[in-house]
Design a protein around this ligand. Structure first.
Ligand SMILES: [Zn+2]
Length: 332
């Protein structure tokens, strides 16, 4: 009984193999007849490549390809490998662990180094680099206008955002900042001098906590791949006491601070503040004289809601730096 059953089993297996063989042979014949084979394959590869590049599809040739089974499976593997080969990285993609996208990696500079250079602690004779910086954002009024100008000029900037402004409402603006090749730094969470520097003396614990809070808010928007190491003290590092302890507390959470060595004066007291774009441009040029020999310029500006003069002056500020041989970088 056992033997008989085995024999029957073997016969049905053999039958199955024979049927499968016929299937395969007829399939290959159809394939050989219906296609021009190699030349057509080459064509398909070209078509697939063109599609991947132009992102336009829906050609009749791909519909024809689907009529014969072996051909379709062959062309599928070919297409997918071709797409891999020509795949272009999304330029808006966040560089992992960074405060900017992949494209901005080419002109991103170490904050600690730039700080040393503008402070005169590190000697630098290299090409001139300008870092446009904007504090106090993000907002839906001025920040988009600044972004429009930067985009039109093809120039990047670093935005020092206030943590409490970082939320869903500002997602489009903050996403643009990254997508368009800019960088994001932190300008505290609350921007409250009384909390950060009670009686003019830095509170290191508060400062560190605000850095972490703002970082968390940014990660909530951008995901865990985002990380900024860049911090600007509200009011500036030079304005308060106990700053060594504050710097050390920031360093514990991986943050490097940076001030500036040029400014448009857009947050100066009213008596000194430029009243139009021309005055802002003049103020900026004059401010450079404080550090006459610096080859790197970190330009302090603001993108708070009332900074229309900064928006008006920005194209001329950019032009000034272009005329003087500067390229533009971001801080990381
Ligand atoms: Zn500020």
């Amino acid at each position: 009984m056992k033997k008989k059953r085995n024999q029957k089993g073997m016969i049905s297996v053999l039958l199955a193999v024979v049927i499968l063989g016929i299937f395969l042979i007829s399939g290959m014949m159809t394939y050989a007849v219906s296609s021009g084979r190699l030349p057509l394959h080459a064509k398909k590869a070209e078509i697939a490549e063109a599609h991947a590049l132009e992102v336009s599809s829906n050609s009749t040739s791909s519909a024809e390809n689907e009529t014969s089974i072996p051909e379709t499976s062959a062309s599928t593997t070919e297409t997918s490998s071709t797409e891999e080969a020509v795949e272009i990285k999304d330029p808006a993609q966040l560089a992992p662990g960074k405060n900017h996208n992949d494209a901005a990696s080419e002109y991103a500079y170490s904050t600690a180094e730039v700080r040393g250079i503008i402070n005169g602690e590190i000697s630098y004779e290299g090409p001139r680099v300008c870092f446009l910086t904007f504090d106090d954002g993000a907002n839906g009024v001025i920040t988009p206008k600044i972004l429009d100008i930067l985009k039109a000029e093809g120039v990047p900037a670093t935005f020092f955002v206030v943590g409490k402004e970082v939320g869903e409402a500002m997602r489009p603006v903050l996403t643009r900042e990254i997508q368009e090749g800019n960088a994001i730094g932190i300008h505290s969470f609350n921007h409250d001098y009384g909390l950060l520097y009670p009686n003019g003396t830095a509170n290191p614990g508060q400062i560190k906590n605000e850095a972490i809070q703002a970082q968390t808010a940014l990660k909530t928007l951008f995901g865990d791949d985002f990380r900024t190491n860049v911090w600007r003290y509200p009011g500036g590092h030079m304005s308060f006491s106990n700053m060594k302890a504050a710097d050390a507390a920031l360093a514990e959470s991986g943050m490097e601070w940076i001030d500036w060595d040029a400014m448009t004066g857009d947050a100066e007291p009213a008596s000194r503040r430029p009243k139009n774009a021309q005055e802002a441009v003049a103020f900026q040029e004059k401010s450079m004289a404080v550090y006459p020999d610096n080859q790197m310029r970190v330009v302090l500006m603001h993108d708070a809601e009332d900074k229309n003069i900064t928006v008006e002056a920005l194209p001329q500020i950019i032009e000034f730096y272009r005329q003087n041989g500067y390229t533009f970088g971001v801080l990381e």
